[in-house]
Design a protein around this ligand. Structure first.
Ligand code: F6P
Length: 365
């Protein structure tokens, strides 16, 4: 019987997931003793009864590299260590089904697992590895917040979408002489905001790594409006907050979400500016999941393909407990534990922050 490698996509989706899956299957097709299978909706496909497992072969993955989302489905709820169950009174709780899941993998003749996901998914990978599972990680997230690797696939496409939004907002801001605020995703890292603000030419960029002083933002707006142009474009990360304020969150009534849901930073900024005395018209756009949907740009397809091939070669090398990564332009294998330990914040001493400051982008500090 052939050995089986299980592929899983976990956490929030992002452009490029299908390109990774396709690359794994294509590389594995050169190895006569391996079959590739996928679990539906992260590990839930293995945990369900009956199991939801998909055979992945060349015909299943043909042409999928250009498609957004993931053909396997994904979820950021549940999982082997926190499986939600509801009692007769309707109350939810979580149970650990990891040992049972490993037994199911043995039954399926799974000799290796490739887990494509961000920090939450790689924390699951590490725990499974500690229990003896032959697991490899592939870094995915639009947030680019995973440590060690220089970049995660999905981020470049999200930057492209956000930059396109800035470009569009600039023209309408200019027509109406307004202040237009664009709230972008990124969780506690300001990568998407920083890149799209520089690429799109925003005047103000507010990121979680720099708490903003509303008076500094107002000063920048006033000087621009008085001295030259009558409009201002601001890009703000969903995780940004002022020196006196808190991050803004949305209600999340569904049970099982382990990450608090950020959202509302743009509206909060508008209120703060109005309270500080800004009387120019302000409008807020929340870009939301547009940043995660749709087809990956060419660079994401290439990066995802490279990660997929590398991940399967790590399986062949029995390089378990490690994650494919791009470091200094080279495809390498790094410990999953390092990637989840080091959250990838924007480096405030980086060249890009300097460039942004040098072209007069205000960070509110
Ligand atoms: O981690 C990716 C991400 O898109 C974040 O930028 C955002 O905060 C979060 O996921 C949104 O999650 P959900 O899809 O559950 O609303």
């Amino acid at each position: 019987m052939k050995k089986r490698c299980l592929v899983v996509t976990g956490g929030g989706d992002c452009p490029g997931l299908n390109a990774v899956i396709r690359a794994i299957v294509k590389r594995a097709s050169a190895e006569s003793d391996w079959d590739i299978i996928g679990s539906r909706n992260a590990f839930n496909g293995v945990l369900l009864d009956p199991m939801e497992i998909i055979e992945l072969d060349q015909s299943t993955v043909a042409g999928i590299h250009v498609r957004g989302g993931t053909i396997l489905g994904t979820t950021n709820k549940g999982g082997p260590f926190a499986w939600p169950i509801q009692d007769n009174d309707g109350n939810w709780s979580e149970v650990d089904r990891s040992a049972e899941m490993l037994r199911k993998l043995e039954f399926l003749n799974v000799k290796a697992v490739i887990n494509i996901g961000g920090d939450g998914s790689q924390m699951i990978s590490q725990k499974l590895f500690d229990m003896g599972c032959n697991i490899i990680g592939v870094p995915k997230t639009i947030d680019n917040d995973l440590g060690v690797t220089n970049i995660t696939f999905g981020f470049p496409t999200a930057v492209e979408v956000a930059t396109d939004a800035v470009d569009k907002l600039v023209t309408t801001a200019e027509s109406h002489n307004r202040i237009l605020i664009l709230e972008v995703m990124g969780r506690n890292a300001g990568w998407i905001a920083l890149h799209s603000a520089v690429a799109g030419g925003a005047e103000v960029c507010l990121i979680p790594e720099i708490k903003y002083d509303i008076n500094m933002v107002k000063e920048r707006i006033d000087s621009r409006i008085q001295n030259s142009r009558g409009f201002v474009n601001i890009v703000i990360s969903e995780g940004a907050k002022s020196i006196n304020g808190e991050q803004q969150f949305q209600e999340n009534p569904e049970f099982g979400h382990h990450n608090a849901r950020l959202g509302g930073a743009g509206i909060q900024l508008m209120h703060e500016l109005q309270t500080a005395g800004v009387d120019t018209d302000i409008r807020v756009t929340i870009l939301g999941h547009l940043q995660r949907g749709g087809k990956p740009i060419a660079y994401d397809r290439i990066l995802a393909t490279q990660f997929g091939v590398k991940a399967f070669e790590m399986v062949l090398d029995k390089d378990f407990g490690n994650m494919a990564a791009l470091c200094d332009g080279k495809l390498v294998s790094v410990p999953i534990s390092d990637a989840i330990e080091k959250y990838n914040y924007v480096d405030l001493n980086s060249d890009l922050i300097k460039t942004a400051r040098d072209i007069d982008i205000c960070f509110g500090d």
